[in-house]
Design a protein around this ligand. Structure first.
Ligand code: FE
Ligand code: FE
Ligand code: FE
Length: 168
């Protein structure tokens, strides 16, 4: 347990902790995406990141709705996992010189972020349902669907175009 986090005794405590974790993570993602938009050379990739920045901002608001629905304070806790994924992606971004290879690296980093979010929203949705928070479960599942769609779109873009250009 972290120094400033509350003790986790029940599934509801764990659910709350994970909500705070993803709330922090979404905010870090919203901060990181403008740099990724800026660095993307492929126009379709740039557009995909722009779209997901808007979605991410709405997801932050959606999480605030979840906190309110559950009568919990809107609060974040540091997510070491997202900090790690984002710092690793930034490091690679500054190391890659070739624009086409950079686009492939940006997709790889973004997909690592999406996969983290998919696992978290999957668990959060399941916990919310188990705990009888049906409204919250619906909101969390909405975000889960957006994260999955983003991941699928990036897989498609890499496979159809970006990886081939990076290899050329
Ligand atoms: Fe998100
Ligand atoms: Fe986390
Ligand atoms: Fe996402």
């Amino acid at each position: 347990m972290g120094l400033f986090t509350s003790p986790i005794k029940t599934l509801d405590d764990l659910f709350t902790h994970m909500l705070q974790d993803i709330y922090y993570a979404e905010q870090q993602i919203a901060k990181a995406l403008p740099k990724m938009i800026d660095k993307a050379g492929n126009p379709v990739l740039k557009q995909a990141f722009e779209k997901h920045l808007h979605e991410t901002e709405a997801q932050v608001t959606r999480l605030e709705q979840v906190f309110k629905l559950l009568d919990k304070p809107v609060k974040g806790v540091t997510c070491a996992a997202i900090d790690g994924i984002i710092s690793e992606t930034k490091e690679i971004m500054s190391d890659v010189g070739d624009q086409e290879v950079l686009d492939a690296a940006l997709i790889a980093g973004a997909q690592a972020v999406e996969h983290y979010e998919i696992t978290r929203y999957g668990t959060l949705t399941a916990f919310a349902k188990q705990l009888g928070h049906i409204g919250a479960a619906g909101l969390l599942e909405q975000t889960l669907i957006e994260e999955r769609a983003t991941d699928t779109a990036l897989t498609k873009l890499a496979g159809q175009e970006v990886n081939r250009k990076a290899a050329a």
